[in-house]
Design a binder for this molecule. Structure first.
Ligand code: BDP
Length: 721
């Protein structure tokens, strides 16, 4: 129920309607907050609480936010409510220059909310404007507190505060690919945040800031260790350290999970086998899990990479993935823990198309997993490419809850050097219709459990965090951490809304800043696709580090070679996955299979993923494949060039430190976009034997020059760690 405020005129007008207001605000910027344009190192992420420069706006907020009530059914205090109070105190005093009066109450709780949901409303209590954050659990109050701050930070009109929200997906996890040595696989922002040697004694305050950042976007789980797991994390000396991290994270609603190395019973348990059907092995895991829960009573469970890329697994003992997952699930079930069993499996000795193998392996196992097992496919059937179709397992395993795994860290999208805002990529997957249970069975609805009525649901993002002062390396890469959390909470949010929020919170509400940055963010993923892998090309990156082009590479195991994926020849380009080829298209529901499998119907963005297309084949534009390919590469370069110019116009409008850092990176991105374009086109031209069309710049160097580039010590490369 909405209550009238004491003075309804205190509702702020929509700020977007008031250009004048914004301009005045801008003028006031330098006067009111002389420090606003001072250097910033990005440490505060989107949780910057600098004083609102627009004085009328600040005053209007201050008039209604002086009194805050945090309401849960019991009204009892807790570390989580203390965290909410602290955040509101810091946030509102920073933004508004007031010291809000914050109280706990149970008398105003009058509605049943979902587990982690909240309601924020404004009412007049004893004639005083009061904002009430109500929730069933204290964590809902904390989420509500962050939401309230977000509304103020982004200048949202105050009548928007009457909101009720609840997450659509229950488990919203970061997967850290962090090693116990503190190197991070595919990590581009320094070392692991977890200082294992200093733990458990020293609890770096940064752990709390990590937890705050996660909670502010609704992330409620953290897998601390890499999928290429080290069994030592399951030993007592490390469990003590894990427990210390769990203690820091707990008030912020974040549960800790670990990766379980399947061969741990042999490696750290002294057994001679890890066979999941062996009762001694089962007993070992049960005892190990009991031990973990003694250290971490709310431990979330295990993430497992098994029989994939050399990792041990149940197939080593001629058992199935279900046998392996169920054994761990049985050990975890009494404690309420879960298993996230990755579907990223493929084998060079299996003759079938790599893109088909996970489906072939897991689909027959549907219905054979314990209720506390999730099968976790990546968004696409291959491996975090700049563009892939959605994974065919989504919709194909109705009896198994599926967790979606996306990669926040940019392994195949220019690491922390290139700007690539990934919300549009994840939305593309989430919004894809699997047609599994009729139209509208989107991937989002498969994973939130609504298509197949699963009570539990999960989404995971491979983190891009590290010890760099700004957390994610590229000053704009934190947008991806933010976007992942926001989409995990509500997959119906648009990329535009997320980009807008993040930009306002991270930089400024000045439209002259918001507009160019959001424009750049929203165009960036497609630009990267264009200069790296347009029209459905994939996996043509250089060996190991995957940074830079390597379409010519043919000396690795067959299913790692770029030539395996692009199949360029004198006739054309692309992998034939139609019914005439590997028929990977046939793994989708019939309607989808028909579209993907038919050259005439297949979306051009995925053309070369599903078809081997003749160089002279005419595309929708009327141009040939070859000409279109060249123009896509050029379009990618052109786009990045525009950002370099757009960014230059921001000088003086944002702090010099982040301005200069991004400027340097964008210039490098433009140079490397040209590198990608020239290397790929020169190489493909050896097959197409056609000239570059008008509008495409001639390459700067020869193909041999590009082939001769060998980068060393690219961060995050497993073979060099
Ligand atoms: C690939 C990475 C590799 C990971 C693997 C995985 O190159 O470092 O171990 O995925 O997801 O993308 O297991």
């Amino acid at each position: 129920m909405r209550h009238r405020l004491v003075n309804d005129s205190l509702y702020l007008p929509p700020l977007m309607n008031s250009r004048l207001c914004s301009c005045l605000g801008l003028l006031a910027f330098g006067i009111l907050t002389p420090g606003a344009a001072r250097a910033e190192d990005g440490y505060r992420l989107w949780l910057r609480y600098d004083r609102i420069a627009d004085e009328p706006q600040r005053a209007a907020y201050a008039a209604v936010l002086g009194q805050v009530v945090l309401a849960t059914p019991t009204g009892t205090d807790s570390p989580t409510l203390a965290a909410a109070r602290d955040e509101l105190m810091t946030g509102l005093s920073g933004l508004l220059g007031i010291k809000p009066h914050i109280t706990l109450d149970s008398s105003v709780v009058n509605a049943a909310f979902a587990e982690e949901g909240y309601n924020i409303s404004l009412l007049a209590r004893d004639n005083v404007n009061t904002v009430v954050i109500t929730a069933n659990r204290d964590i809902g109050v904390l989420y509500g507190a962050f939401a309230l701050l977000r509304y103020v930070q982004t200048g949202r009109p105050i009548n928007d505060f009457a909101v009720t929200e609840a997450p659509k997906i229950k488990r919203r996890l970061l997967n850290h690919w962090d090693n116990l040595t503190r190197t991070v696989e595919r990590g581009y922002a320094g070392f692991s945040l977890w200082d294992w040697f200093a733990l458990p004694d020293y609890r770096d305050p940064r752990y709390t800031d990590y937890a705050r950042a996660c909670a502010s976007i609704g992330i409620n789980g953290s897998v601390l260790t890499s999928v290429n797991a080290n069994a030592l994390v399951l030993t007592e000396p490390f469990l003590v350290k894990v427990a210390a991290l769990a203690d820091v994270f707990r008030p912020y609603g974040i549960r800790v999970y670990l990766t379980a190395r399947f061969s741990a019973p042999v490696e750290i348990g002294g057994l001679s086998t890890a066979d999941p059907l062996d009762p001694v092995v089962q007993a070992w895991w049960k005892a190990k899990v009991d031990e973990i829960y003694r250290y971490v009573p709310d431990f979330g469970g295990f993430l497992v990479k098994a029989n994939s890329e050399g990792q041990p697994g149940p197939q080593d003992y001629h058992r199935t993935h279900a046998d392996g997952a169920n054994m761990l699930a049985d050990a975890l079930a009494p404690h309420g823990g879960i298993v996230m069993w990755r579907a990223f499996v493929y084998d060079q000795h299996v003759p079938d198309d790599r893109a088909k193998q996970a489906f072939n392996e897991f689909k027959p196992l549907d219905g054979m997993f314990r209720p506390n097992v999730f099968v976790q496919p990546k968004n696409g059937p291959l491996d975090f490419q700049p563009r892939e179709p959605f994974h065919p397992l989504f919709g194909a395993m109705p009896r198994t809850p599926l967790a979606l795994e996306v990669q926040i860290t940019q392994e195949y999208l220019g690491s922390a050097v290139h700007l690539a805002f990934l919300a549009p990529m994840w939305k593309e997957c989430l919004d894809s219709d699997t047609f599994a249970a009729g139209a509208g069975s989107t991937v989002a609805r498969v994973i939130d459990g609504s298509v197949d009525r699963h009570a539990d649901s999960a989404i995971a993002g491979v983190a891009n965090t590290g010890t760099d002062r700004n957390w994610c390396g590229h000053p704009l890469a934190a947008a991806n951490w933010y976007a992942f959390g926001r989409l995990a909470w509500d997959h119906s949010l648009s990329s535009g809304q997320i980009a807008d929020e993040w930009t306002r919170m991270t930089f400024s509400n000045d439209p002259q800043v918001v507009q160019p940055i959001t424009k750049m963010l929203l165009a960036s993923r497609e630009a990267v696709v264009n200069y790296m892998t347009p029209l459905g090309l994939h996996h043509i990156m250089a060996t190991d580090h995957h940074y830079g082009p390597g379409p010519w590479v043919d000396n690795l195991r067959p299913d790692w070679n770029p030539v395996y994926y692009h199949r360029a020849d004198a006739i054309g380009l692309g992998f034939d996955r139609s019914p005439a080829g590997s028929n990977a298209a046939g793994q989708y529901a019939p309607l989808v299979a028909k579209v993907y499998g038919d050259l005439a119907l297949c979306p051009e963005s995925l053309l070369l993923w599903f078809h081997h297309v003749p160089w002279d084949h005419q595309l929708k534009s009327g141009r040939t494949l070859w000409d279109e390919l060249c123009l896509h590469y050029q379009a990618g370069v052109n786009e990045v060039r525009m950002w370099v110019e757009a960014w230059a116009a921001l000088e003086g409008r944002i702090d010099q430190e982040r301005f200069a850092h991004v400027q340097t990176l964008l210039r490098r991105q433009e140079r490397e976009a040209r590198w990608w374009r020239d290397a790929c086109l020169l190489y493909f031209q050896t097959y197409s034997r056609r000239p570059l069309p008008a509008g495409v710049e001639p390459p700067e160097h020869t193909l041999d020059y590009y082939k001769g580039i060998h980068l060393r010590y690219v961060p995050g490369t497993p073979s060099e760690q």
